[in-house]
Structures are given as structure tokens and as C-alpha cells.
Write a protein that binds this ligand. Structure first.
Ligand code: ADP
Ligand code: ASP
Ligand code: MG
Length: 473
């Protein structure tokens, strides 16, 4: 059995849904398949904007809802003939009305909790699946629409819920075994044991596909997107970026953790655990071979490439904690982490000078101010006694991460990297290297984004660009 997941751009309109159904039909001709779908492109962002508008009382949710409705109705009119469009249009209308009522409730109480936001966001995937499964059935493909909330059981951490794997796996195995044809499952969503709707985090439909694949004991999980595979860098920033034919799950996880949006970082976990390879494919170019992601031992590594890829996260801030008083005090870092954890603030990177005179913490900008407030509270006594001299908060920064198994044990990699950036006139603010030596990450100013990525790509991968482009045809 095989799981096929299609992202938002693959189901962006009626035309794209039609071609996706073709890909599914070809796959289903030779083996059992289950399908996981994202919301139509842009719909999740629209749902969030609608909920926020209702909460703020701007009234803008009505226009947004009209646009969401139109997107699905237009697709339905394109996919179904006049004779058979009435049932799917009715199903879509019923769901859109329910969504309207929920938004009305939010507007009345002027509050959208994380729990309500998850319910609102769930409509994206549920609507796209209603549409696509109805179309597949109209084409005689034998689709069964399943409710992901009956398959993926999570905790109550709304917005980024944690999955109860044993329970979810047994539900998935049992339910999928009873689907005679093609199961169609909305990505991104789950439910608590009490049936309250949750979401798995933005971009989480990839993760759903992996959970379904692992639960159903699939042989392969295919992630269909709008690029030819995992590329050596974000193609929108580095035009020379090329498709990596095979990549280890650790490398893929690091690339995605540090910003390569092509796959959600958690996706690799269930797949690797059950030894199921992932294949990234392009629904706009189905003949391209794609990228295989599997355990390091199961892939052929190109040892001639010094690095595998580059990723970046923008919208970054850092807090520098400076002061002689931190020197040699055990438990100081623990206090900082505990204070931040209490406020639910996620530290992306940490670096400490060996003199222990400064500790630098790296956050998303949205969390930077809250982090500063938490640190001020926790470290107030040290500020009074001047053991800590000052905090410094810097914005408009970017994390760049250079990733590759081949860096392990290759001396001089960091030197080569930083001297290339120095020659390009790029100043480095913070550096961290994982002890795995699979990753060197550093912080620079956001204005150097394009220059930094292209410089690194040229420094390490220039000789490989032509070869890969030639192979891709
Ligand atoms: P989907 O809607 O299919 O889930 P996403 O937009 O989430 O697709 O992810 C695909 C996008 O990720 C690509 O269009 C590409 O612009 C971007 N991307 C960023 N970094 C990489 C990378 N290293 N390899 C491939 N794509 C990348
Ligand atoms: N629709 C969700 C999002 O936009 C999940 C996904 O597409 O993977 O984040
Ligand atoms: Mg995605």
C-alpha cells in the first residue's frame, strides 16, 4: 500500500484537482492507495485572517468567507457537469454555512481561542477533501472520505498538537483495512480523545501523510508538491538550486527544521520509525524522478558533494545576555530555559562564549519581546547586583543553516564557509555547530539573505549544478 499526499498548490483549483485525480487513478491501478489532501492554496491563511477579523470586529470575515466559498464553488463547477454538480455544491454550502456560524460566534464574543482557531482552520482540509473525493467518485474511482479526527488522536495543545501514536496507529490500521477503494483523508487535523478538533502545526499535512503511512504500514509515502523534489536551496532565492535525488532522513529533518518548507520536519519521524521511504514528487511534472528520503543506510550518498543543502529562517531576533556574574554559576542556563519554557517561548538556537561572559539566544521575532520580558523577570536579582550587565535585543535577522552528512569529519568546512561569506562582506553575529557535524548554523542580517545563500551555494556546489541540471533534463 502507498500513501499519496497533495499540498495546497496541487489542489489550488479545479484544473489542478482534475490532474491530481489522474495521478491518483494511475497509482490506484496497480496497488492500494490512501490519499491525504491539504486545503486549497491560500485557504488556511484566509481562514486565520477571517477568524482574526471576526475577533477584532472589523467585519472583513464576510468578504474572506465569500472568497473561500467562491474558490470551492468555482472548482466544483469546473469539475462537475450541470447534471451532477448539485450534491457536491450542497455539501460545500452546508460546510461553508457552518463556518459562517462559527465566525459569527467569534464576532459576538470577540474572542478566538486557540481551540476555536483550530476548528476554523480545519475547514480548509475538510472542504478540499469533500470536493476532491466527490470528483473521484464521479469518475468512478471508488473514493471513501474519512474524517482525520477519528484517526489521529492528539493532546489538547491547540495549534500544534502532539499525536498519541499507539492509539492513532491502531485506529488507522483498523479503519483503512475496511476501506474497499481509495481512502481520502484531510491533512493537518486531528482530535483530542473527547473529539475536539486540533491541528498539527502549519504545513502539517505532510506529517499527517506520514502518520497515516506508518499506521497503515504502507510501503511508500509520496509527498506531491510544486517543485521537483528537495532542492539544494530554496529555488526562489537560489536559481542554481538543483534536485537532490536521495537524502537521509536526518538531513531532510535538519533542512526542514531550518526553513526548507518543502517538507514539515516532523514528517520524517513516523516514516523512519517504521522504515518507510518518503518520495517527494512534483504534481506539475509527474515524470520527474523526485527525491527519496530514507534512513542514511538505505540511500546512496553522493560523497563528492561537500554539503547537501542550505536552508534559512527569516524573521529572527536574538537576545544577548552579557555580564561577568554568569561565570561558573551552575544552573544559570537552566534558570533561563525554565523561565522561557514557562512562557511557552521556543529557543531556536543557543550559543555561549567559552568565557561564559555572554549567552546568546535566538528566537522568532514574534517571540523576541516576550522572551526579553521573561528574562528580565527571571534575572532581576542579577541585574540589580550587576552580575548581569545588560540584555541586548536585535531584530531583522536571519538564520542560515548549511547541512550535509559529508561535512562530518571534513576539516576546514567552517573556515571555508565563513571566509567565503567574509569575502562577500557578510557579517556573522552568532554561530552554532551541532556535535553531529551535520549542520553549521549562523545568524546574519536579513538584508544579506540572497547574497549569503547564493555565495554559499556557489562556494560548495558550483561544480555540481551543471551535472544535476543535465540529469534533470
Ligand atoms: P505544498 O503546498 O505542496 O505543501 P509548500 O509550499 O509547503 O508546498 O512547499 C513547497 C515549496 O517549498 C516550494 O514551492 C519551494 O518554493 C519551497 N522550498 C523552500 N526550500 C526548498 C528546498 N530546499 N527544496 C524544495 N523546495 C523548497
Ligand atoms: N493547510 C495547512 C497549512 O497551510 C496544512 C498544509 O497545507 O500542510 O498550513
Ligand atoms: Mg507544505
Amino acid at each position: 500500500m502507498k500513501v499519496l499526499k497533495f499540498g495546497g498548490s496541487s489542489v489550488a483549483d479545479g484544473e489542478r484537482i482534475r490532474s491530481v485525480a489522474g495521478i491518483i487513478a494511475r497509482a490506484a491501478a496497480s496497488e492500494k492507495v490512501a490519499v491525504v489532501l491539504s486545503a486549497m492554496k491560500g485557504v488556511t491563511d484566509q481562514l486565520i485572517a477571517a477568524a482574526r477579523a471576526a475577533e477584532e470586529g472589523t467585519g472583513a470575515q464576510e468578504g474572506i468567507l465569500a472568497s473561500i466559498r467562491a474558490k470551492h464553488f468555482d472548482a466544483a463547477r469546473l469539475l462537475f457537469g450541470p447534471a451532477d454538480q448539485s450534491p457536491p455544491l450542497t455539501s460545500l454550502a452546508v460546510m461553508c454555512n457552518e463556518l459562517e456560524e462559527i465566525l459569527h460566534g467569534v464576532e459576538l464574543i470577540r474572542e478566538c481561542s486557540a481551540r476555536t482557531m483550530d476548528l476554523v482552520m480545519s475547514f480548509g482540509e475538510r472542504l478540499s477533501c469533500v470536493l476532491a473525493s466527490a470528483y473521484m467518485n464521479a469518475k468512478g474511482m471508488g473514493a471513501t472520505l474519512l474524517d482525520a479526527r477519528e484517526l489521529i488522536i492528539t493532546d489538547e495543545h491547540f495549534g500544534a498538537a502532539s499525536v498519541d501514536f499507539p492509539r492513532s496507529y491502531s485506529l488507522i490500521l483498523d479503519r483503512l483495512a475496511r476501506v474497499p477503494g481509495i481512502a481520502v483523508i484531510p491533512g493537518f487535523i486531528g482530535a483530542t480523545p473527547k473529539g475536539v478538533t486540533t491541528t498539527l502545526g502549519r504545513n502539517g499535512s505532510d506529517y499527517t501523510a506520514s502518520i497515516i503511512g506508518a499506521g497503515a504500514e504502507a510501503d511508500l509515502i509520496e509527498i506531491w508538491t510544486d517543485v521537483d523534489g528537495v532542492l539544494s536551496a530554496d529555488p526562489r532565492i537560489v536559481p542554481d538550486a538543483f534536485v537532490i535525488p536521495e537524502i537521509s532522513s536526518e538531513e531532510a529533518m535538519e533542512l526542514s527544521y531550518f526553513g526548507a518548507k518543502v517538507i514539515h520536519p516532523f514528517t520524517m519521524v513516523p516514516a523512519v520509525e517504521k522504515n518507510i521511504p518518503l518520495l517527494i514528487k512534483n504534481s506539475l511534472n509527474p515524470d520527474a524522478p523526485g527525491t527519496t528520503i530514507a534512513a542514511a543506510a538505505a540511500i546512496t550518498r553522493d560523497t563528492s558533494r561537500p554539503i547537501t543543502g542550505i536552508a534559512s529562517i527569516d524573521g529572527i531576533s536574538i537576545v544577548n545576555i552579557e555580564g561577568g556574574g554568569m561565570m561558573g554559576i551552575p544552573g544559570f542556563a537552566a534558570r533561563i530555559f525554565a523561565a522561557l519554557a514557562r512562557d511557552g517561548i521556543n529557543i531556536i538556537m543557543i550559543s555561549q562564549a567559552s568565557s561564559e561572559h555572554t549567552i546568546c539566544l535566538v528566537f522568532r521575532t514574534a517571540e523576541g519581546e516576550r522572551a526579553l520580558a521573561a528574562l528580565n523577570r527571571e534575572l532581576a536579582p542579577e541585574l540589580v547586583t550587576r552580575r548581569i550587565e545588560r540584555f541586548e535585543l536585535l531584530h531583522d535577522l536571519l538564520i542560515v543553516s548549511v547541512i550535509g552528512e559529508n561535512m562530518h569529519g571534513t576539516p576546514g568546512m567552517a573556515g571555508r564557509l565563513f571566509s567565503a561569506l567574509g569575502t562577500a562582506g557578510i557579517n556573522i553575529l552568532v554561530i552554532a555547530q551541532g556535535s553531529s557535524e551535520r549542520n553549521i548554523s549562523f545568524v546574519i542580517e536579513e538584508k544579506n539573505h540572497t547574497l549569503a545563500l547564493r555565495t554559499i551555494h556557489a562556494e560548495f556546489l558550483a561544480p555540481h549544478v551543471q551535472r544535476h541540471k543535465a540529469r534533470a533534463g
